[in-house]
Design a protein around this ligand. Structure first.
Ligand code: F6P
Length: 341
């Protein structure tokens, strides 16, 4: 049986670990694995690469993806779906393993209506896919955020400053929340809970009252003040899935805090450092388990499902469930985090 493998959407650090698991387990089970370069674009443009044991040797610790990625949307490309079907037939491919986030896997789900068999693996640093406790890449991104907070702590304390760290997380504040708890943040601002400048100021003042003359604030790129409709954006250009580039809330917040409190404030925009570098142990193992399980799903014909991690067990969850909205943060956990603000 010939199976295609592709990686789409924004990258993260443990994709190669998942590719390795799919290829190695797949070959052992007698499958032929054909890599598609640059996400759905590879299938549309017939840009393929057969994968062998040797192709995935020494990649478990490497960030990025050996297959390349893109935010290509076949439903927005002229004859995109038709070209995918033609190329699948040309290579005799019976199933596709899709490593990606909500956009990439939504394409996979829609392709089922065209008779294309897909199995998904959740991959996004935002950790916002339903049905799975963790998506691969999230743990590494949080570790990067936590490391940044540790570093900001020392300089914040030396200069008695307010330090703001802006992290990724479009509609879900997982990186800000988990990174902020681990990094001892004094305030965590997330897209799920609009904030007011008054509460931010109160928290800063509360710190100063107990002789702590610096503050650490983590803000998710998607967070916004109460009453503001739109998130902060870089520009209005949209990607093929209709998303604009977020960013700027940290700078805005710093200006407001300096103006209202007079305290010196600095901003660090963590950006794509969260997506790069070597994966953590947790991410490597997660990617390996999900990748191996995805091969079992292909062999069992369990298509239109995603390999998910639930309570430390890997299970197959229907795409319809996984892609039914965004997995936002656990608000009970956010309440607990507030104890430390
Ligand atoms: O992968 C998701 C994500 O990390 C979002 O949090 C962020 O808004 C987006 O990617 C930025 O992606 P890019 O710079 O690749 O367009």
């Amino acid at each position: 049986m010939r199976v295609a493998l592709l990686t789409g959407g924004g990258d993260s650090s443990a994709i190669n670990a998942a590719i390795r698991a799919v290829v190695r387990k797949g070959i052992v089970e007698g499958l032929e694995i054909i890599g598609m370069r640059n996400g759905w674009q590879g299938l549309i443009e017939d840009n393929v690469e057969p994968l062998y044991m040797g192709s995935v040797s020494g990649i478990i610790q490497r960030g990025g993806t050996i297959l390349g990625t893109s935010r290509n949307n076949p439903f927005k490309v002229e004859r995109g779906v038709e070209r995918i079907i033609v190329n699948l037939r040309k290579y005799g491919i019976e199933a596709i393993v899709v490593i990606g986030g909500d956009d990439t896997n939504t394409v996979a789900m829609r392709l089922a209506e065209h008779g294309v068999n897909c199995v998904g693996i959740p991959q996004t640093i935002d950790n916002d896919l339903q049905g799975t406790d963790y998506s691969i890449g999230f743990d590494t991104a949080v570790a990067v955020a936590c490391d940044a907070l540790d570093k900001l702590h020392t300089t914040a304390s030396a200069h008695h400053r307010i330090m703001i760290l802006e992290v990724m997380g479009r509609d879900a504040g997982w990186i800000a929340l988990i990174g902020g708890i681990a990094g001892g943040a004094d305030t965590i601002l997330i897209p799920e809970v609009p904030f007011t400048l008054e509460e931010v100021r109160e928290r800063i003042d509360k710190r100063r009252l107990v002789n702590k003359n610096f503050s650490i604030i983590v803000v998710s790129e998607g967070a916004k003040p109460e009453g503001q409709e739109a998130q902060f954006t870089r520009d209005q250009k949209k990607d093929p899935f209709g998303h604009v580039r977020l960013g700027g809330v940290g700078i805005w917040l710093a200006e407001q805090i300096e103006e209202k409190t007079g305290y010196e404030t600095r901003v660090t925009h963590l950006g794509h450092l969260q997506r790069g570098g070597s994966p953590t142990v947790f991410d490597r193992v997660l990617a390996t388990r999900l990748g191996a399980f995805a091969v079992d799903m292909v062999l069992e014909g369990k298509f239109n499902h995603m390999a998910c991690m639930r309570d430390n067990r890997v299970v197959a969850v229907p795409y319809a469930e996984v892609l039914d909205g965004t997995k936002t943060v656990d608000l009970e956990l956010y309440e607990m985090a507030k104890l430390f603000f």
